[in-house]
Write a new protein. Structure first.
Length: 566
């Protein structure tokens, strides 16, 4: 049988959209051929240039929508200067209202896109343009939560992304040249250069990187980019949020979602749906069966173009509700390989189970001499480790891209004396783990600051590993990411790790859980030299070796809390 001929589409090239300050954004507009009547308009506002989303534009134009590919200011053929995240709220508003007034538009405007183009949907929506009918943010970045840092720990990737979006032309090949980026990140790491010199080390000082260095915590500069409580409260449009278990911007997606659930009216909250698939960041737009060494079933391959189209039909054309959206929350249970549904995140049927840390004589220093995760509190000697910022051995594990990042055990098996490991007993039956982990640790250290990491894995009966979720913390921000409080050496403080990513997995009968607690020492993250000073400026001369003690006794319990299926 011959494939059906795609429906014809017409294009308007180099359309200039005026903004309130006189700048013009460039748009490429696609619409059904011989369009007779005005139609709803969908647009993407992107720093990655319109051509990168041509396939999406053609799809929606062939399914009854006008689609506009719009370059953000300062990128592609748009005028102005690009400052990431800074101008999208007002620019997005102006684009919506201009599109709504065109003769081929019926006045209903929606948005499409993920990552940055997920962020700018929220940035636009918070300004409440009258003709914005719906948004569908996928993998939405939340400035101050998951970019340009997570818990105030900057990523080396920041400069990779800033170079990707530097100038007006596409920089796709440079962005994807991983050997170059690994080499530049290693240069800073191995030679103990201050993180603030990363842009010079890369060879690109033309970006906002130095401006970001002056905003090391969520502050007014970053707050202006995202909705306020009053703006969440005023939202009155249907919203479909899409994220994934392994989406690097899942923390951002959930921050928007939770804030809308908290501040939005009950009626508006009831029109907000969320999908959490077994996906990484790119797969939130184009799902794949294989991610990071894991393989999922065909059920994971949701046709997201089709789902978007059905959502737009439902919200802008009085069409039927998408069949996939059986309830307001859809999440994929890996292991069982099936979709589950709930009316809200709170009604997912789980019970929190606590696993206490316990250690044998000699401590829990590695996976082969580990401590235990047990159901009742015990009193055992604390575990201790040393983190020397001048120790660069961990870079040996990060010399290449790792296509099996979710199943590779090298990091957990090679702590270089900088952490502790705990295993649970084997599970007696298949057990669902769905939701957010929480880890409470009683820790003392002899330095005023350091960075800590927690990771959770399933270890299958055959010894293979599946990464589940993790969290990071800078010690000075243990109580608040907005206010630094240096550690008094020797004091035992509670560190509550409550920003783990969402996971939904059926832990197999016979599997164990592995909890790894340790220090952050990676070419991919800003290095904390433990001095308590400005981490972006620290170098080898500031380095202080941290001696860290993790307590788990009656007076100072440490425990992991997990939402297990009922």
């Amino acid at each position: 049988m011959m494939a059906a001929t795609p429906a014809p589409v017409e294009m308007q090239w180099a359309v200039k959209i005026p903004l309130r300050d006189g700048v013009h954004l460039n748009a490429t507009i696609f619409q059904p051929a011989a369009q007779k009547d005005p139609l709803p308009v969908v647009f993407t506002l992107t720093p990655y240039l319109a051509d990168s989303y041509l396939d999406r534009a053609l799809y929606f134009a062939r399914h009854g929508y006008v689609f506009a590919l719009v370059d953000v200011r300062g990128r592609g053929n748009s005028e102005g200067s690009f400052e990431p995240f800074a101008n999208e709220p007002h620019d997005g508003y102006d684009v919506v209202e201009w599109l709504a007034k065109q003769p081929w538009s019926n006045g209903k405007v929606a948005m499409w896109g993920g990552s940055y183009a997920g962020y700018d949907q929220w940035a636009t929506a918070k300004e409440r343009p009258p003709h914005l009918a719906t948004i569908v943010p996928a993998a939405a970045v939340y400035p101050g939560v998951d970019f340009p840092f997570f818990h105030n720990i900057f990523y080396s990737y920041d400069m990779q992304w800033l170079t990707f979006t530097s100038g007006t032309a596409p920089n796709q090949k440079l962005f994807g040249e991983s050997a170059f980026w690994i080499d530049r990140f290693r240069d800073v790491y191995m030679n103990h250069k201050p993180y603030a010199q990363l842009d010079a080390t890369v060879g690109n000082t033309s970006t906002v990187f130095q401006k970001w260095m002056s905003h090391q915590t969520p502050d007014a500069y970053l707050d202006a980019m995202v909705p306020t409580p009053d703006q969440y409260r005023a939202l009155d449009i249907p919203i479909l949020t899409i994220t994934g278990h392994y989406d690097g911007d899942q923390p951002g997606a959930f921050t928007y979602y939770r804030a809308h659930m908290k501040y939005g009216t009950p009626g508006d909250a009831a029109r907000h749906y969320i999908i959490i698939g077994p996906w990484d960041h790119p797969a939130t737009r184009t799902p794949r069966k294989e991610i990071g060494g894991l393989t999922f079933a065909d059920a994971s391959l949701v046709d997201l173009n089709k789902l978007h189209n059905e959502w737009y039909d439902w919200t802008m054309k009085n069409g039927a509700k998408p069949e996939f959206l059986k309830k307001r929350v859809a999440y994929y249970l890996t292991g069982a390989e099936e979709w589950r549904y709930a009316d809200s995140m709170e009604t997912i049927p789980t019970t929190v189970q606590r696993f206490y840390l316990d250690s044998p004589p000699g401590g829990a220093g590695d996976a082969f001499h580990s401590g235990s995760l047990v159901s009742t509190a015990t009193s055992s000697a604390p575990d201790r480790w040393t983190y020397d910022p001048l120790d660069v051995r961990p870079a040996e594990l990060e010399a290449d891209d790792n296509p099996n990042s979710l199943t590779d055990q090298r990091g957990a098996l090679n702590l270089y004396g900088e952490g502790a490991v705990y295993h649970s007993a084997p599970f007696a039956k298949d057990t669902e783990l769905t939701g957010f982990a929480r880890f409470t640790a009683s820790i003392a250290m002899d330095v005023p600051d350091t960075d800590l990491a927690v990771s959770l894995y399933e270890i299958k009966p055959d010894g293979s590993s599946v990464q589940l979720t993790g969290d990071l913390m800078r010690a000075r921000y243990r109580d608040s990411v907005r206010e630094a409080k240096l550690v008094k050496p020797g004091d035992i403080n509670r560190y509550v790790f409550d920003s783990f990513t969402f996971i939904s997995r059926q832990i197999a009968k016979g599997s164990r859980l592995r909890l790894v607690v340790g220090s952050v020492n990676s070419i991919n993250l800003e290095k904390n030299y433990n001095s308590g000073g400005d981490v972006t400026r620290e170098t080898a001369k500031d380095a202080r070796t941290a001696h860290i003690t993790l307590y788990h006794d009656a007076q100072h319990p440490s425990f992991l809390e997990l939402p297990l299926g009922q």
